[in-house]
Design a protein around this ligand. Structure first.
Ligand SMILES: Nc1ncnc2c1ncn2[C@@H]1O[C@H](COP(=O)(O)OP(=O)(O)O)[C@@H](O)[C@H]1O
Ligand SMILES: [Mg+2]
Length: 267
């Protein structure tokens, strides 16, 4: 039933399934398929995400059978064809805005509650944790579909469309929050350890251009200007400390400290 393996992450493996489908097979003990199936069902028929064709059980593991989108992910494309960065970043923003245009299914978790739990679990000095929680408490709830991990690696680019994949972190929340997480990832997420220095410099330059073009296009086309983006960035920096990416820790702590200095100046 399973073809070749196309991808593998912490929570799941993705296998080809015939010519037109893939199966995303969750590892035992992981339950991200619930949010992923809920979000995909909400987007069904909009072309913005692969269609969810079936939910199967494979040796006790849950598998989501998804429409196969023929095309590389946008991160791969950016590496191969860096001159397309501005156009691709605009397509990234357009897809993100289209997601945020959808009301979230009510069975998705609340974004603020999810962030609060992640901040509580993440390793950081107690004073910074307290600061991040206070900032979060002052931010608004929302009712929109939020992806939770929206970056070029989770966007497939086919000839006629872009399709957003990887929805286990989908939540119900304020679009500006989801937008801020993408800005944090575009600006700061570290290349894998071992990347040569020269490529790091290129990646850093490309990333800055991509982040700027994405932000401009998002702001220009958003139905209302995204609010409190700096505060959401602070909160996401704290939550991301829980993802255990050592190479990012110092940067994330710096973002938090800068946020705290800014807020003490304003109070
Ligand atoms: N619907 C799909 N069509 C084609 N390829 C897919 C599809 N869904 C996932 N893939 C492939 O599997 C990889 C991993 O999928 P993803 O859902 O992002 O899981 P994760 O990042 O958690 O491993 C993708 O980068 C892509 O190569
Ligand atoms: Mg992914």
């Amino acid at each position: 039933m399973l073809g070749s393996r196309l991808g593998e992450g912490r929570e799941a493996e993705v296998y080809a399934h015939g010519n037109d489908a893939v199966v995303k097979l969750y590892r035992p003990g992981y339950h991200g398929h619930r949010a992923e199936a809920s979000a995909l069902s909400r987007l069904d028929g909009h072309g913005l995400a692969p269609a969810l064709m079936d939910v199967v059980d494979h040796d006790g593991r849950t598998g989501l059978v998804l429409e196969r989108v023929p095309g590389p992910d946008m991160l791969t494309l950016l590496r191969r064809q860096p001159w397309r960065v501005a156009r691709l970043a605009r397509a990234l923003a357009t897809a993100h805005l289209a997601i945020h245009g959808r009301p979230a299914p009510t069975d998705l978790p609340d974004l603020r509650q999810t962030l609060a739990a992640r901040i509580d679990d993440a390793p950081m000095p107690a004073d910074l944790r307290g600061f991040a929680r206070r900032v979060l408490d002052g931010l608004p709830a929302g009712e929109r579909l939020c992806h939770g991990d929206f970056h070029p690696g989770n966007v497939l680019v086919a000839a006629e469309r872009v399709a957003v994949i990887d929805w286990p972190n989908a939540t119900r929340g304020a679009p500006a929050a989801d937008h801020a997480r993408t800005l944090l990832l575009l600006r700061r997420a570290n290349p894998l350890p071992g990347t040569p220095l020269a490529s790091r410099a290129l990646i850093a330059a490309g990333r800055a251009i991509c982040a700027r073009a994405y932000r401009r296009a998002y702001d220009a086309c958003a139905p209302t200007p995204p609010q409190h983006v700096d505060s959401w960035l602070t909160v996401h920096a704290a939550a991301r400390l829980g993802e255990g990416i050592d190479a990012e820790t110092a940067t994330l702590i710096r973002i938090l400290e800068r946020g705290r200095r800014r807020s003490s100046r304003h109070s």
